[in-house]
Design a protein around this ligand. Sequence first.
Ligand code: ACO
Length: 339
Amino acid sequence: MISNSLLGPLVSAGIIGVGKALPDNAVSNQDIVDMGLDTSDSWITERTGIKNRYIADENTSSVDLATIAAKRALEDAGIEVDSLDGIIVSTTTPDYSMFPSAACLLQSRLGARNIFALDVSAACTGFNYALSTGSQFVRTGQMKTVLVVAVDCLSKFVDWTDRSVCPLFGDGAGAVIVSEVKEGYGVLTIDLSSDGRYGDILKVQAGGSRQPMTQDSFDNKDHLIQMAGRAVFKTAVSKLVPSIRSVLEKYELSVEDIGTFVFHQANIRIIEFVKEKLGIADEQLYTNIHKYGNTSSASIPIVLDDKKSSFKDGELVMLIGFGAGFAWGVNIVKWGGRL
Ligand code: ACO
């Protein structure tokens, strides 16, 4: 008989702890105007919903923020680092462009055992991909407890003279501890998608194997984020509305059955558009983009951390990610059920 076989009974895998970390440096819309950009607080607020964001200084990296968020999630779960069997980090801004992975660096920083450590790259949808991956290791019994961290420092890859991109992004990290929960609780659904035909609408041109970094690409700012804002907006809403509807239909749920919709905090107008289309009520929606800007894959777990004390036991929470790739994903989590 093989012990720890993949054929063992499935268990329910859920979130038992949440934490977040933000850099110290708050940057308001007015601060961006004061940098000399031809923009205004009212333009940024009306078009994006953003009032403030936190920006990592030159000494702060993604793994620095991930370490703080992870420690807070461990504390929230009331478990020691030795309990972890795996670490998954969602990031597109790891400390090093190729290797070592952010997850390996985080394993060392936390003083964790020699456990599974993996980076996931799915841009702003990364938390959905990472949570889905981690929860399946727990569900199959291969791991008891997995740390899932989403962290991004996109501010280091924006052109701070480009008013159409730089006001959008903030830096941050969110972390969750995934472990066995009572039957029927936890991550109930996994619905992940991609459409690579839209790769060009949000991209970093240089620094990969297609166009390794050269002096020319640096001078052209090809290592910084390029975004076709209107195309991103249209693609996001055209993918999200049918995707959320089909998930609800597949699991025989209605919009009213969901307690809280947690969207990736990209732009308040994308969120409002989907809200109107689906008939989501005000009290079913929680947003914090005004405080933190778009923190990429960290935005969903940062919302979870801000909101965690008000989720009810058994509440259905829908997590909706979308972004570069184009990739998008929807998970429904039944909150609570701690064993
Ligand atoms: N302040 C003042 N004017 C601005 C600014 C600014 N910060 N940014 C752009 N403009 C100007 C443009 O230069 C343009 O001027 P012009 O007409 O003289 O050429 C005008 O505003 C309109 O530009 P658009 O890009 O068409 O403006 P739009 O209304 O589409 O708003 C925005 C831009 C906010 C980026 C919008 O397209 C959007 O929300 N897109 C979604 C992108 C997004 O959410 N990205 C987040 C990252 S992706 C992700 O996480 C999924």
